[in-house]
Design a protein around this ligand. Structure first.
Ligand code: FAD
Ligand code: SF4
Ligand code: SF4
Length: 461
């Protein structure tokens, strides 16, 4: 019998006053009883609108039916047929705009907690059923994957399962892309990403870290070394700045640098040797997931006052609803409809504050969102010791500048065929943020999967 409760099962969470001073995972996950109870809220709709909201088309009613029957491994197998990283997506997908945004239970109440159920199933599988997969027989073909974020990992996994000898080349010293250097431990424990990468290695995938493609080896040299195909999943890790006066002062940094020091280089651990900019008052400029992560990390590093400075209103803010809710609970102060125009410093070049103006929303711009317009006479000061810029990123130009014939658009993103991920260079495919600009984990995974299918069709002829 369906459970007709209007509300999702509540997610057990660490209390804000405790978690805002440590890096432990905030959301603790459903118990078995909660998962089964929540699964019974699903009406098993025949047309399953939720599936159309999932970029990789997981058979959502089918996996939830298995949870109703308490066959959690069966549920895992259904999810795994479409998604290689369910423990990650169950935690970080913007479900409210995707699967849950289409769930019929959301019309008169809260949608079914699809993401939380996916996380439950993936965690259950890791705890109970994960064994070493059987290595597929080699098919004699070699593929190089550039970048080990969700796009590269998914492409590598799909090809390895078909018998390709796959090597991932990763510029950083740890594999995982944004999953390890960007998204903080308290949202996505790094042990989970490490387990997923171990799973790929068990399939035979080789991971070569500290390998910057375009510097140590070029894409052309990969072909010379005998690779039959190359997938580029190098992401969009180049931070943007505002171009306002004062951005070169001490205490101004990009969210990418700040998060890399905190997450990948573990600056938050008491015995860490990684230096990191700490401040009593920290202003984070931007309103996306990156801004929320930077603000919540700054708070955990000891800041008393942390501001989100965002030029539009709360209605337009792009971060996931859950991250905004958690940030507010942790005491982050939202300065919306506010735009910095100058960063001020003292005689030692240290940041002392942000000169800001108030904004109001005018007519929609090319993105469809109402354009923020400066309010005359609204200039004011925000005192701060640290400014973190989280206003977007674009692909690093290294690969495009060292790969002749690789076409990119005006934003520096690699141009690909829509259905295959094939670039303007024969045998070179691309996907994820390197193609779309900064997007989401599940879209990057979808692109990696699509490119793997197209490469296989081409190379197995
Ligand atoms: P990436 O994850 O960026 O991986 C690219 C990899 O390529 C990196 O490891 C990089 O070091 C490597 N690389 C780059 N150049 C080279 C080179 N020349 N040679 C070798 N290796 C190279 N999405 C969500 O869905 N939900 C969220 O909650 C969310 N939160 C986010 C929080 C932060 C702080 C950030 C930065 C992003 C967030 N995103 C979120 C977006 C999401 O993480 C990205 O869209 C996704 O990781 C893109 O995957 P990718 O594989 O294309 O690239
Ligand atoms: Fe929803 Fe993401 Fe899971 Fe798809 S992968 S069902 S969008 S949580
Ligand atoms: Fe279940 Fe909602 Fe999907 Fe219907 S739309 S099958 S209720 S998850």
């Amino acid at each position: 019998m369906a459970n007709m409760s209007m509300e999702k099962q509540k997610m057990p969470e660490l209390r804000p006053e405790i978690r805002s001073r440590n890096f432990e995972e905030v959301a603790l996950g459903y118990s078995r009883e909660q998962a089964v109870e929540e699964a019974h809220r699903c009406l098993q709709c025949k047309n399953s609108p939720c599936v159309s909201g999932c970029p990789v088309q997981i058979n959502i009613p089918a996996f939830i039916r298995k949870i109703q029957e308490e066959d959690f491994e069966g549920a895992y197998q259904i999810i795994n047929a479409s998604s290689a990283l369910p423990a990650v997506c169950g935690r970080v997908c913007p479900q409210e705009n995707q699967c849950e945004g289409k769930c019929v239970r959301g019309i008169k109440g809260e949608p079914v907690a699809i993401g939380r159920l996916e996380r439950f199933v993936a965690d259950w599988h890791m705890a109970h059923a994960a064994g070493k997969p059987e290595r597929p027989a080699p098919n004699g073909k070699k593929v190089a994957v550039v970048g080990s974020g969700p796009a590269g990992l998914t492409c590598a996994g799909e090809l390895a399962r078909k018998g390709y000898q796959v090597t991932i080349f990763e510029a950083l010293h740890v594999a995982g892309g944004v999953l390890v250097y960007g998204i903080p431990e308290f949202r996505l424990p790094k042990a989970i990403v490490a387990r997923e990468i171990e799973g790929l290695k068990d399939l035979g995938v080789q991971v070569e870290t500290n390998m910057v493609i375009g510097r140590i080896l070029s894409v052309d040299e990969l072909f010379e070394q005998g690779y039959d195909g190359v997938f580029i999943g190098s992401g969009a890790g180049l931070p943007r700045f505002m171009g306002i006066p004062g951005e070169n002062l001490k205490g101004v940094l990009s969210a990418n640098e700040f998060l890399t020091r905190v997450n990948l280089m573990k600056a938050y651990q008491p015995d860490s040797e990684t230096p990191v900019q700490r401040g009593r008052r920290v202003a984070v400029v931007g309103g996306g997931n990156v801004a929320m992560d930077a603000a919540r990390c700054a708070r955990r590093l000891g800041a008393d006052e942390v501001y989100i400075v965002y030029r539009r209103s709360m209605d337009e803010i792009p971060a996931r609803a859950e991250e905004i809710h958690h940030a507010i609970e942790e005491g982050i102060i939202f300065k919306t409809l506010t735009n910095p125009v100058e960063i001020l410093g003292d005689e030692h070049q240290n940041v002392t504050g942000l000169r800001c103006v108030e904004m109001e929303l005018g007519a929609p711009d090319e993105s469809g969102r109402r354009r923020p317009v400066m309010k005359q006479g609204s200039e004011h000061m925000l005192e701060t010791d640290v400014v973190i810029m989280a206003i977007g990123t674009s692909p690093n130009p290294l690969i495009r500048s060292t790969t002749p014939g690789l076409e990119t658009n005006s934003r520096g993103c690699i141009i690909t065929e829509e259905d295959t991920g094939l670039t303007s260079r024969a045998g070179v495919y691309a996907g994820g943020d390197a193609v779309t600009g900064a997007a989401t984990v599940i879209l990057a995974m979808g692109a990696g999967k699509q490119a793997a299918k197209a490469m296989d069709e081409k190379l197995s002829k």
